[in-house]
Ligand binder design. Structure first.
Ligand SMILES: [Zn+2]
Length: 82
């Protein structure tokens, strides 16, 4: 199950929330406000830069993020990167 990080715009509380479907309002557990915003910590952003023994293509830099989407989804269709 996907767990996303949210931040409350009202009281600045950050919390994690299980998300079962899109479009469902996520309420702040502290103040109950629905003005929460999903944080963009989705999609594997764990890029190992430790220099292991792998032949990882380092040149695969992230494309311009102007069109939305993230490293994990090419077309911005990932439900978690909005
Ligand atoms: Zn709050």
């Amino acid at each position: 199950m996907p767990i996303f990080e949210y931040t409350c715009k009202k009281c600045k509380t950050q919390f994690e929330e299980l998300v079962f479907g899109e479009g469902e309002p996520v309420l702040c557990p502290k103040c109950g406000s629905a003005k929460t915003q999903k944080l963009m910590s989705c999609c594997r952003s764990k890029v190992s830069g430790g220099g292991g023994g792998d032949d990882a293509p380092v040149a695969q830099a992230a494309p311009a993020r102007s069109g939305g989407g993230c490293a994990g989804c090419s077309g911005g269709s990932c439900s978690s990167c909005g």
